[in-house]
Design a binder for this molecule. Structure first.
Ligand code: UGA
Length: 440
């Protein structure tokens, strides 16, 4: 009997597209993931995920073996027989802070003439409010509905987040198209939020904006804790137990980064401005985040006995962690890189270790860590350095052999920008500890 499972084409195999495609196949749908990058398609066909994402390769192998997942170079002919097409393309930040829709609209223009008449196009890419209309215009098809189905996947736990979502948001102005997309998720035990297209698009930006605000807030409270001698860990626990606030995203750190929050928070300001509203709260959230990078540089300066504003000539910084958070190999908009570049501008030499930034780097990654001396172990980075700065919360940093650190470090301080070490243990090893919002 012929399969009645909907045929899905996913355009773009970045971490959103690949996770979406693999997980939809895992849920039993027939999926083809398309990409224009021959190298990626070759890797995927060989069973290798081009990104680090927990559990992804296993699910991918299972779905390919079960016969409901394939990979294709280009979108034609896959989209000609698709019931639902997911657009999972990059929306980089344009010069004015707004999201650049070029990749999305050019894909829509390409597939418009190829789609069968009952197809539905789904926007998974993070696109400005109102983009469903732009995509529809680019498709050039009156008969095809565009549905907004934003993703809430965290890098590193994208597979888990897809299969165990807090909610799935599906927004469309055509009820039938909305129902067809909602039905794809019917086997997930979750709350379905069904809205019009513009509301679904707004939910995505408002979610990321709110989460960024939560982190900027806790980083500001951490700064206050440092001034008044309070402990941010206790304060975060104390406020997070209030159900209305919640304990998550209250971890102080070097500032938020990654491929989403920086871009989406600026886009939110820009979307609001385009419609005549000054979203000043969001502007300050971004400003506080930039101040946080600067505050980390001040901590490094203080740790080597220099005054604020002093240069760091002759100082070697052992940087532990370069990715924007643990559990990913992503360096995009990483606060670690921003902070280290600021230290470098003041004359510091950077000796860095990150478990995912090793060996022969591709040109993009190599460019990101240009002029850093890359070490192969954490202790190797520390050897002879003047200060240790923990920038990413990789679990291995919380179990560092502190006796060895003490022995091989020329200086005497660990600046822990992630509060990942236990201050008492660091002090017991004869080192100074400088964390975020923790008493000295
Ligand atoms: C974020 C959102 O969490 C996802 O829901 C969303 O789908 C995704 O963006 C997206 O728009 O695609 P992600 O960028 O992978 O996911 O990273 P997060 O885990 O949210 O962390 C973002 C940044 O905030 C990181 O730099 C992280 O270190 C920082 N952070 C996070 C904190 O400093 N403190 C916290 O308590 C939590």
């Amino acid at each position: 009997t012929p399969s009645t499972a909907p045929r899905i084409a996913v355009i773009g195999t970045g971490y959103v597209g690949l996770t979406t495609g693999v997980c939809l196949a895992h849920l039993g749908h027939d999926v083809i993931c398309c990409d224009i990058d021959q190298r990626k398609v070759d890797l995927l066909r060989a069973g290798t995920a081009p990104i680090v994402e927990a559990g992804l390769e296993d699910l991918m192998a299972d779905a390919v073996a079960a016969g409901n997942l394939e990979f294709a170079l280009g979108n034609d002919p896959a989209v000609r027989t698709a019931d639902v097409v997911f657009l999972c393309l990059p929306t980089p930040q344009g010069d004015d802070g707004s999201a650049d829709l070029t990749y999305v609209t050019s894909a829509a223009r390409e597939i418009g003439p190829l789609l069968p008449s009952d197809a539905v196009v789904v926007n998974k890419s993070t696109v400005p409010v109102g983009s469903h209309k732009v995509v529809k215009a680019a498709l050039g098809r009156d008969d095809i509905a565009v549905v907004s189905n934003p993703e809430f996947l965290r890098e590193g736990s994208a597979v888990h987040d897809f299969l165990h979502p807090d909610r799935v948001v599906v927004g469309a102005d055509v009820p039938d198209a909305r129902e067809r997309v909602s039905a794809l998720y019917s086997s997930l035990d979750t709350e379905m939020i069904e809205t019009d297209a513009a509301s679904a698009e707004a939910i995505k930006y408002a979610s990321n904006g709110f989460l960024a605000m939560k982190i900027s807030f806790i980083n500001s409270v951490a700064a206050l804790c440092e001034s008044v001698g309070a402990d941010i860990e206790a304060v975060a626990r104390g406020i997070g137990t209030d159900d209305r606030i919640g304990p998550k995203f209250l971890k102080p750190g070097p500032g938020w980064g990654g491929s989403c929050f920086p871009k989406d928070s600026r886009a939110l300001v820009s979307i609001a401005l385009d419609h005549g509203y000054d979203f000043s709260l969001m502007r300050y959230v971004i400003e506080v985040n930039e101040q946080q990078h600067q505050r980390m540089v001040h901590k490094i300066t203080a740790a080597v006995g220099r005054n604020d504003g002093d240069r760091l000539d002759g100082v070697t910084v052992a940087a532990l962690g370069l990715t924007f958070k643990a559990g990913t190999d992503d360096l995009r908009d990483s606060p670690a890189l921003r902070i280290l570049r600021k230290a470098q501008q003041r004359g510091a030499a950077i000796r860095a270790y990150d478990p995912t930034v090793q060996g022969d780097l591709d040109p993009y990654r190599a460019g990101q860590v240009q002029n850093f001396d890359l070490a192969t172990t954490a202790l190797d980075a520390v050897d002879g350095a003047d200060v240790v700065v923990v920038l990413t919360e990789w679990p291995e940093f919380s179990t560092l052999d502190l006796a060895k650190v003490k022995e091989s470090l020329a200086g005497d301080t660990i600046v822990d920008c992630r509060n990942t070490l236990d201050p008492a243990t660091v002090r017991a090893a004869g080192l100074h500890y400088s964390g975020i919002g923790r008493p000295n």
